[in-house]
Design a protein around this ligand. Structure first.
Ligand code: ZN
Length: 166
């Protein structure tokens, strides 16, 4: 897909906005289940997405962004199930992190494909920079996934039990 610059930036803003929305949902979900560590990871990711969105908007303050009728990149639905049940599936921090990682990876691939197809030099340059940023997000999530117990761990074996009520 070869974009004109305003069209590309409109997509990037939409992409960051959607990521911020999904991360906020995941953060709230983890918080409700007292997974404060993972919740704070998602709050950070929310903030990064919002910052990136605002940077793009500030950079292009003078350009009028087109309204998107549709766009090529969206977060995928949770795996295996849709709707509310999909969110149940994500109650495990491990699954929520893997879900986020899969979407970051898709965002990276999206920017890479834009970079490769770009005929506009500025679109190419920005898409490359954004792809690199997404690569860092994937790496950050990988670190957390490595620290997160797999859900096959039984309840009794939970290495990080809930704190006792105060
Ligand atoms: Zn990202």
């Amino acid at each position: 897909m070869s974009y004109a610059l305003p069209e590309f930036l409109a997509h990037a803003v939409a992409l960051e906005q959607e990521a911020a929305d999904r991360y906020l949902e995941l953060a709230d979900m983890m918080e409700a289940h007292r997974n404060d560590g993972v919740s704070s990871v998602f709050r950070d990711m929310t903030r990064f997405s919002e910052m990136h969105r605002d940077e793009i908007k500030a950079r292009v303050a003078s350009i009028e962004l087109p309204r998107l009728k549709s766009w090529e990149y969206r977060w995928s639905s949770p795996p295996e199930v849709g709707g509310e049940e999909g969110f149940d599936y994500l109650m495990e921090p491990y699954h929520a992190l893997k879900y986020a990682r899969a979407n970051e990876l898709r965002a990276m691939e999206y920017y890479r494909s834009v970079e490769q197809a770009a005929t506009d030099a500025e679109v190419k340059r920005l898409a490359k920079a954004f792809a690199e940023e997404e690569t860092e997000h994937v790496a950050a999530l990988d670190k957390w996934i490595a620290l997160t117990p797999r859900p096959s761990t039984t309840w009794q074996d939970d290495p990080d039990p809930l704190p006792p009520p105060v």
